[in-house]
Design a protein around this ligand. Structure first.
Ligand SMILES: [Zn+2]
Ligand SMILES: [Zn+2]
Length: 313
């Protein structure tokens, strides 16, 4: 049993687990490239065709992914000049987040028009239905059962965010308009949207409090709250003279996704520091979440999933 005292909880723009992970993933094109790579794409020209992404943008993102040790380059054919871009173990460790994206699109079929494949649990042969669970008690890791606590006040983020500034090229709009139907991936690619959702899962807030808590500009917060409202993920209610924002049931599908990314951030983006926030399950254990198959109940392990293309109608 882990005793995490509430009095260590801090407010302010802290270096949360999520933020660390999003400093790599918080770009819509990056998420779409990774998603495509998880589906088996390797070649520059294939990424370009699949995602309809400008050549220069793709080149920059693949370079960044290589520098971040998410991908590595390999000569495609002996003697040839073509290169394959392959995922590293660090990237493969994001698989829970990728399952979460896929599962979200499964239950929100209005946006799943671009999913041309099924994920099949190899051991039991069923198309994946899976639930994110606490590995300690097997209970579901839903937002009402997980307490997110910041415990490392010394890890406040003081550096600017050069990566995000460099990528400030309106790619959120570009990606969402050119690749319709990839809502989950493009939302993950937008850092403020994720951080706002992550915060609202911890309780309703008004816009000023969100801006203060996350260290974001009020206009950025208002803009993202509008987007989240349009997507039916967040609702706005008057409380006295203030507007208060809270998550809608449809947003719950994003909770495992955010948890999976935060968890990955703790493993790969945190060097030797302790995790900047701790997620505690209602059984009392520090949450180590994993997906379990809804059909056979087994934990979904590495290499346990087959990608099966759907026949084209
Ligand atoms: Zn538990
Ligand atoms: Zn199964």
């Amino acid at each position: 049993m882990h005793d995490v005292k509430h009095d260590t909880l801090t407010k302010g723009p802290a270096a949360t687990s999520l933020r660390r992970a999003l400093s790599i993933l918080g770009d819509p094109w990056t998420m779409l490239i990774l998603k495509d790579a998880f589906n088996g794409t390797k070649r520059f020209s294939d990424f370009q065709r699949d995602l309809n992404i400008p050549r220069q943008t793709l080149s920059l993102r693949l370079t960044a992914l290589t520098q971040d040790e998410m991908m590595y380059r390999r000569i495609a054919t002996p003697g040839g000049s073509a290169r394959d871009y392959l995922l590293t173990p660090k990237a493969f460790d994001l698989r829970d987040a990728m399952y979460a994206i896929w599962l979200w699109h499964q239950v929100n079929p209005g946006h799943s028009d671009i999913l041309r494949f099924d994920l099949v649990h190899r051991d039991c042969g069923h198309v994946l239905g899976a639930t994110y669970r606490c590995t300690s008690c097997r209970g579901t890791a839903t937002s009402d059962r997980v307490d997110i606590r910041r415990t490392q006040p010394e890890q406040f983020e003081t550096e600017p965010r050069p990566r995000i500034a460099r990528r400030n090229d309106n790619s959120f709009t570009a990606a969402t308009s050119t690749v319709s139907g990839t809502i989950a991936a493009t939302l993950v690619g937008d850092m403020p949207c994720n951080e706002i959702l992550y915060l609202l899962f911890q309780g309703p807030e008004h816009a000023q409090a969100i801006a203060h808590d996350l260290g974001l500009g009020i206009n950025v917060v208002r803009d993202r709250l509008e987007k989240l409202k349009e997507l039916d993920l967040v609702q706005e209610e008057a409380e006295g003279r203030r507007l208060v924002y809270s998550v809608l049931p449809r947003a719950e599908g994003f909770f495992p996704l955010l948890l999976a990314i935060a968890d990955w951030g703790d493993r790969w983006c945190n060097k030797t520091n302790p995790p900047p926030d701790i997620r505690v399950h209602d059984c009392g254990a520090i949450l180590r979440p994993r997906y379990a198959c809804d059909h056979c109940g087994d934990w979904i392990g590495r290499n346990a999933i087959d990608v099966r293309m759907r026949p084209t109608p």
